[in-house]
Ligand binder design. Sequence first.
Ligand code: ATP
Ligand code: ZN
Length: 226
Amino acid sequence: PPSGRDRLRVAIQKSGRLAEPARALLASCGLSWRESRDRLFCYGESLPIDLLLVRDDDIPGLIADGVCDLGIVGRNVLSEQDLANRVDGTGPRFRELQPLGFGGCRLALAVPETWSWRDASQLAGKRIATSYPQLLSKWLADAGIDAQVVLLSGSVEIAPRLGQADAICDLVSSGSTLAANQLKPVQTLLESEAVLAGPAADFDDARAELMELLLRRLDGALRIRR
Ligand code: ATP
Ligand code: ZN
């Protein structure tokens, strides 16, 4: 990984739920940029803080590999990757520096509306579809429940209707997607929002002061919003 850099490179989502709010928050911290022609990189003009526009799922890895210094990503994505790194012995590689107050949602277990729900022991022996296998497996292990985790990269909420799974574990905000699929949330596994993430180790060059500056400005900007 490159070291001794005197600019800070922040990864944010290129398009999607967190893209606009992340840019707006950073702009409210006094940052401005000049965009590259391919719109993947934004060169910091007011401060030496650049943006890299990427898929949200790539952000933890980009930080861990030192390609980016910081990132704005959902806690759900960060926690899932952190657990994977701990399980395979390569982590911890990054940490949550600051919750940012947007992109709020929760990772929840949902079951068909027709189930009469008492408690999680009803999931024993069932198949649960999710894009968050680490978070779900850990929660099941902690609860002492033996269930089958079915990994799906998308459209998790239709898995029960397709007969691929009995229940799901997915992100929920309003709950309307669940209702449209005749599912009901029964248990929250993780409360999530967008967070500023950074590497596990401190910077030992000019990036340390830039990060402090950014954290101070974020603190001010978030205070005004509250
Ligand atoms: P990308 O193309 O970057 O991979 P994506 O489809 O994975 O995009 P989005 O759907 O834009 O990602 O969601 C980004 C983040 O927004 C989620 O990881 C989560 O933290 C947050 N979020 C907030 N509410 C919801 C919701 N109802 N469903 C999904 N994500 C939500
Ligand atoms: Zn994604």
